[in-house]
Design a protein around this ligand. Structure first.
Ligand code: MN
Length: 129
């Protein structure tokens, strides 16, 4: 069963933390540091879930999400935004872009794993009969 997660994050420390936590839990992890690379990887690798930083150099995570959701091949991949914004209205902006939810940063590893497991199940779970 596909449990590959694509993490899109331009901050090396955040990327390393999320990658380490998810790999330790047994997920396959791909990473991108830019929106353009994330779109290319999503198209070729078809991850089960995308964790998308909003503030990226160049194209934003929201614009990347809009592109992914407009493309039939990738429209079905859930996108969870990683956002440092906690301002009122941002959640609406994030959902309007097509994101399936968001995780406020900084997040702790338990919150991250719980959210991912809610979306796609645990990495070690057997497929449903
Ligand atoms: Mn960022």
């Amino acid at each position: 069963m596909n449990k590959t997660i694509l993490i899109v994050e331009d901050n090396p420390a955040n990327l390393m933390l999320a990658t380490t936590v998810l790999e330790h839990a047994g997920y396959q992890v791909l990473s991108s540091e830019t929106a353009a690379d994330a779109i290319a990887k999503a198209m070729t690798e078809m991850p089960r879930l995308i964790l998308m930083d909003i503030q990226l150099p160049g194209m934003s995570g929201l614009d990347a999400t809009r592109q992914l959701k407009a493309e039939p091949a990738t429209a079905g991949i859930p996108v969870i935004a990683l956002t440092a914004f906690a301002m009122k209205g941002d959640d609406e902006r994030i959902l309007e872009a097509g994101c399936d939810g968001y995780i406020p940063k900084p997040f702790n590893y338990k919150d991250l794993l719980a959210r991912v497991a809610t979306m796609i199940g645990g990495a070690q779970e057997a497929p449903s009969p």
